[in-house]
Ligand binder design. Structure first.
Ligand code: FES
Length: 198
């Protein structure tokens, strides 16, 4: 039996009782979070669209003349493989930032620098001096020594880099792989006297 002077048990006051979140509140918070995520996902492409042209302009400025080394590395009458480091690499790009290209030295100051990628679907082409052809291992595309299309599925010849000769070095305008949409003609337009390309 309870003692007479014992205080009766009272229910916990609302201030001290642990608050329970109602189902409605929980759903509301969940809905807000979901909307926030959807808003961010929606905003990313919009922001990209707005700032894309500015970024492209910036990248054009970044197009850089990069040396492939001393001209003496490329004997006249030969086609040799060279490699440069893409100026747009990020630290995590590793070896993928090393871009090979083919250098054909026609005469003392006349050269051609070809992108290594086939103009069909981009496989790396290989130079065969015995036959005087660039061959693509993927679908049998072939190109003549001057890069023009010889046979197979490629719709055109190999893409060429703009180049210049300076201080005994061969320089190419790199950072942008030439494509049908952006042929590498701007360098000649920019510096017609210094650019040796036709
Ligand atoms: S990728 Fe070279 S022929 Fe198709």
């Amino acid at each position: 039996m309870p003692e007479l002077n014992q205080e009766p048990e009272t229910p916990m006051s609302s201030a001290t009782a642990p608050r329970k979140m109602s189902r409605r509140n929980m759903l509301m918070i969940f809905g807000i979070a979901l909307n926030a995520v959807a808003g961010v996902l929606f905003a990313v492409p919009v922001v990209g669209y707005i700032f894309g042209p500015a970024r492209r302009k910036e990248m054009k400025k970044e197009l850089a003349w990069i040396t492939l080394g001393p001209l003496t590395q490329f004997p006249e009458g030969q086609t040799r493989l060279a490699t440069y480091r893409n100026p747009f690499v990020r630290p995590w790009d590793g070896d993928t930032g090393n871009i090979p290209c083919w250098v054909r030295r026609i005469s003392a100051d006349k050269l051609q620098v070809f992108a290594i990628n086939c103009a069909h679907l981009g496989c790396p082409v290989r130079w065969y001096p015995q036959s005087g052809l660039f061959m693509c291992p993927c679908h049998g595309g072939a190109y003549y020594a001057d890069g023009s299309r010889a046979s197979g599925p490629p719709p055109r010849g190999l893409f060429e880099y703009d180049y210049k000769l300076e201080a005994g070095q061969l320089w190419i305008k790199a950072g942008q792989v030439p494509t049908l949409a952006s042929p590498p003609s701007q360098a000649c337009a920019d510096q017609p006297k210094r650019c040796a390309c036709a």
